[in-house]
Design a protein around this ligand. Structure first.
Ligand code: GAR
Length: 195
């Protein structure tokens, strides 16, 4: 059984879908959910699913990213993860941290990468007049939102969309895409899945 740690920053709807998917003949199980914000709503959801949780508040560390990551790594390493799934985890990770978990870390990003790395992806897609938006699951490498693509789901952008409406449509797809990609990844299949 592969051991999966999920990192979140907020409500954790993707985390819940990932955790719910890891049952039966799934090759992985969720062993730990962590957040960089002790008030992240997803922590309670994980606990209510019987998953161990932790938080390391990034704020006291200020600009000391390495200090924050050292605490994060203590929790991660204790859990002996085979896979680390970032699910709405909104901290940029240093190259050193990423290297430490190379080949084991996935992220979901709410755009059709390589388009729109970074923030405000939906507003940027609408402003550009794009016909489509979506989400990408990728391996995490030292370059922000630029690691090998493991899966992608597309949705149309509709004429009266605003960023919130589009985000909701994309999130529905994220909830199907991420569990499907995680399952393949846990079975050592890294070929991209297009939905
Ligand atoms: C998701 O839309 C995810 O793609 C996005 O944050 C949301 C988290 O929602 N991630 C990023 O923007 C990463 N840069 P959730 O907490 O309900 O899963």
């Amino acid at each position: 059984m592969k051991r999966v740690v999920i990192l979140i920053s907020g409500g954790g709807s993707n985390m819940v879908r990932l955790a719910e998917s890891m049952v039966g003949d799934h090759p992985a199980r969720p062993v730990l959910v962590g957040a960089n914000d002790p008030t992240a709503g997803g922590l309670e959801k994980a606990a209510s699913m019987g998953i161990e949780t932790f938080s390391v508040d990034h704020r006291p560390f200020g600009k000391d990213r390495a200090g924050f990551e050292a605490q994060l790594a203590l929790h991660l390493d204790k859990a002996e993860p085979d896979i680390i799934a970032l699910a709405g985890f909104m901290r940029i990770l240093t190259p050193d941290f990423v290297r430490r978990y190379a080949g084991r870390m996935l992220n979901i990003h709410p755009s059709l990468l390589p388009k729109y790395p970074g923030l405000h992806t939906h507003a940027r897609a609408i402003a550009a007049g794009d016909a489509e938006a979506g989400a990408t699951v990728h391996e995490v490498t030292a370059d922000l939102d630029a690691g090998p693509i493991l899966g992608q789901a597309r949705v149309p952008i509709l004429p009266d969309d605003d960023a919130d409406r589009l985000a909701a449509r994309v999130l529905t797809q994220e909830h199907m895409l991420y569990p499907a990609v995680l399952r393949r990844f846990a079975a050592d299949n890294r070929s991209p899945l297009y939905m």
